[in-house]
Structures are given as structure tokens and as C-alpha cells.
Design a protein. Structure first.
Length: 447
């Protein structure tokens, strides 16, 4: 603990690092404030009563977890950063199949700027559509027959103002995330999601204590649940940090199979190269059907279809799991290209012992990457859908969502990435870092 306290003090000894940390903290506080500012025209008291009667075992409850309670508060930041993530997913998918976007990806800095601009346009469009859906949903909700949005307020004016405010809120959060990435510590978009999830932690713990205190759950069952959570945390950390190292020989002179004056280096291939991005991508896609269905709150046919997209439904779990497996491979292919690695090795005079340079090396690396990615993708899928099954066994939805899957992976991944950046600043200035023991290694360049 004393070493940890010393490292914290070291952070504030370095002016640049201190400025970055405080800047990040300040913008995250702004995000949390925006999650509690209710939209104009919404009766906050009636809203609170309505939310107490609403089941949190729904996709909207999960969405609310990602935005730190802003959705249930009908806040100006109710949409969170998810429209931006959805737009990013669409652009990346287009980059894999559309020649125009493939060309932009190869144009360096100019192409990156163009892609960023298109992503922002897409964010505005998606945020506007979701804002429209939120306005329709709010006007359809009531508590004891009292509407959340008074009838005198309902109408085109409320819809337009809600759409504009929610879209502006998303754009503002997107800008805050970019500022954190450029001038703060860590990935801004990931940290905004991270702080929203972490804000729900006290509520999750309080729900569990209330169950035990009321006698609704025996203490021994609660201890078993916590033990299971510890095992899940250990598994998440293991998969997040696990690596497979491939030896690469760099030789000064090679005669036959003998290497003279050579050195051996290693290519670290992570079990989970994609990090938390597959889950974030898949979750963003799964929000789209619910957003579309929210436009028809009074339709029985739409309500029957919506049942298949309930957070705890079997259909939802299967589709969600398959999408995570797909996005794990998709994002791994983007983050780690075996052909580029093989070409760079060949240019630098390196080779994998027993493997011919060029295409054979590329195929060898690709084969290993495929093998280690498969169990990682299944693990991510199981962890992501686990909360839905935990809810069925009587565990509160807030606790299950926080510890059972998506939230845990995001918290672990973002925390380690942020610590890595702090570690880099400390080591550059000859201070001991948080990870000096080597038990936890940061991941440079991870999403």
C-alpha cells in the first residue's frame, strides 16, 4: 500500500501528467453532471416513480448501465456515446467491403481525417434517430396514470426539442471523449463508458445488501455468488492479459540451418487481441432493433417482436453471442495483420525457426492467431450473456450486469489501458510504475 501511495504522489510531481489526470477527471465530472440534468418538459417526480415500476431486466436497463443512469433520468446525455460507437462500427464494416472506404484507410493521415469526419456525420444521424425514438417512448410512459410528459407539453415541439438536445448531448460527449484522448489520459470514449458503468456500482452493492438484510437471500448463497464473481474476475484478467509468444530469429549470418551471431526476439500474440471492442460493437448493434421498436409503443405486433429482443430472452443471447464471436475475429483482423508482420520480419532479416519467410510465415502466424482467438471469442460471448442467465436465478439485474460480463470486461480493459499510459509517463521520467512487478502488463494501442 505504501508503494501504491508513493506512485500516486509521483503522478502529481510530474506537471504534464498531473495536468492530464486532472483534465481527464474534470471532463468526466462534466459527463456525470450531464447524466442528471433532466430534459425540458419531463416531470422529474413522475419519471422517478415510473422508473421504480419499470423492470430493469430489459435491454433498456442494460443501455442505462452503459450511460451511467442517464437514460432512466431522461437526462440530456441519455443517449451516451453509443451513437458514436455505432457509427464507428458501420464505417469499419464498410472499410472491409467498400473500395472507397478501403482507399481512405490507405491514404494515411488525410484518409483518417476523412473517415473521422464521416463517422461524425453518421453519429449525428444515428443520434437524431435515437432521439426521436426516446421522445416517443417518453410520451408513452406514465406512473399511476400520470404521464411523464404532461399532455400540454406533448407534441411536435417536445419531439423536436428532445431530438435536438439529445443529439447535441451525444456530439458534446463525443467531443469530450476526443479531448480526453488528445489532452488527457487514456482513451476518452472508453473512459466515458467506464465511468458510467462504475457509477452504478454503489446501486448494485446496495441491492444485494437489501436482499440479505431482508432475509430474501441466505448469507451463504450471497457468499457463493461473490465467490463466483471472484472466479469470473480472475478469468477476465487471465484472458485479457494472456499471450502466446512466437520466437523470431534475427541473424547476422546463416549457413544452412546454423545461425551465427543471431539474436532471438518474440512476437507477443495476445489471446484476446480485440480487447473489449467486440462486446461494445455487438452491444451497439443489439440496441438498434429496440430503438426502431420504440417508435411503435402501442402496437401489439411490435410488442410481440420486441419479446425476442428482450435482454433475458434466449434469442437475444444467441444472436448477441454469435455477433461477439464475429466481431472478435473482425477486430483482430484489423488490429493484427499476419501478412504485414511477415513482410516486416523478412525486410529486417528475421525468420521463425523451421518456417520459410514470406507466405509460409504469414500462414503460420495466421494459423496460431486463429487458434488462440477462437477460445477468446467464446469466452467473451459466454461472459457477455452470463448476466441474463444470472438474473433468471434470482440475482438482481444491477449486480448481475455489473459483475457478470460486459461491464466487468470494460472495467478491467479500460483500467489496465489507462494504467499503462500512466505507467509510461512515470517510467519516462525514471519513476517506478504501478506495474513494476510485471504481474500486470499494460496493452499499448488497444481499444
Amino acid at each position: 500500500m505504501s508503494r501504491f501511495n508513493e506512485n500516486v504522489r509521483n503522478i502529481f510531481k510530474i506537471q504534464e501528467l498531473r495536468t492530464r489526470v486532472l483534465f481527464t477527471a474534470g471532463l468526466l465530472i462534466v459527463v456525470r453532471i450531464g447524466a442528471h440534468v433532466t430534459l425540458p418538459g419531463v416531470d422529474a417526480a413522475v419519471l422517478a416513480e415510473s422508473m421504480r415500476n419499470q423492470s430493469s431486466n430489459t435491454l433498456f436497463g442494460l443501455y442505462d448501465l452503459f450511460v451511467g443512469g442517464a437514460f432512466s433520468n431522461a437526462a440530456v446525455f441519455a443517449e451516451g456515446i453509443m451513437p458514436y460507437i455505432s457509427a464507428s462500427i458501420i464505417i469499419q464494416l464498410l472499410g472491409a467491403v467498400v473500395p472507397y472506404f478501403q482507399k481512405l484507410q490507405k491514404e494515411g493521415e488525410n484518409g483518417r481525417k476523412k473517415i473521422t469526419q464521416l463517422t461524425r456525420y453518421g453519429t449525428v444521424l444515428i443520434a437524431a434517430l435515437q432521439g426521436w425514438g426516446v421522445s416517443v417512448r417518453l410520451t408513452s410512459l406514465n406512473a399511476g396514470g400520470v404521464p411523464i410528459v404532461p399532455e400540454a407539453v406533448q407534441g411536435l415541439g417536445f419531439t423536436i426539442s428532445t431530438l435536438i438536445i439529445l443529439t447535441t448531448g451525444t456530439i458534446f460527449m463525443m467531443w469530450l471523449g476526443e479531448q480526453i484522448t488528445d489532452r488527457g489520459i487514456g482513451n476518452g470514449i472508453s473512459l466515458i463508458i467506464f465511468i458510467g458503468i462504475l457509477a452504478r456500482f454503489p446501486h448494485a452493492i446496495l441491492d444485494e445488501f437489501q436482499l440479505v438484510g431482508s432475509g430474501a437471500r441466505p448469507i451463504i448463497v450471497e457468499l457463493i455468488i461473490w465467490g463466483l464473481m471472484i472466479l469470473i474476475v480472475a478469468g477476465v484478467v487471465l484472458v485479457t492479459e494472456g499471450t502466446r509468444r512466437i520466437p523470431v530469429q534475427y541473424a547476422k549470418r546463416v549457413v544452412g540451418r546454423k545461425v551465427y551471431g543471431g539474436v532471438t526476439q518474440y512476437i507477443p500474440m495476445r489471446v484476446n487481441t480485440a480487447g473489449v471492442m467486440p462486446i461494445i460493437f455487438a452491444q451497439s448493434i443489439m440496441f438498434i432493433p429496440s430503438t426502431i421498436l420504440s417508435f411503435f409503443p402501442n402496437s401489439d405486433f411490435v410488442a410481440s417482436i420486441a419479446g425476442y429482443f428482450q435482454y433475458t430472452s434466449f434469442t437475444y443471447s444467441v444472436i448477441y453471442g454469435l455477433m461477439i464471436v464475429f466481431f472478435t475475429y473482425f477486430y483482430t483482423a484489423i488490429a493484427f495483420n499476419p501478412k504485414d508482420v511477415a513482410d516486416n520480419m523478412q525486410k529486417q532479416g528475421g525468420f521463425i525457426p523451421g518456417i520459410r519467410p514470406g507466405k509460409n510465415t504469414s500462414d503460420f502466424i495466421d494459423n496460431i492467431l486463429t487458434k488462440i482467438t477462437l477460445p477468446a471469442s467464446f469466452f467473451l460471448a459466454i461472459i457477455a450473456i452470463l448476466p441474463a442467465f444470472m438474473v433468471r436465478f434470482g440475482i438482481t439485474s444491477s449486480f448481475a450486469s455489473f459483475f457478470g460480463g460486459t461491464s466487468l470486461l470494460i472495467i478491467v480493459g479500460v483500467a489496465l489501458d489507462t494504467l499503462q499510459q500512466i505507467e509510461s509517463h512515470l517510467l519516462m521520467r525514471h519513476y517506478d510504475g504501478f506495474m513494476k512487478s510485471g504481474k500486470i502488463r499494460g496493452r499499448i494501442g488497444r481499444g
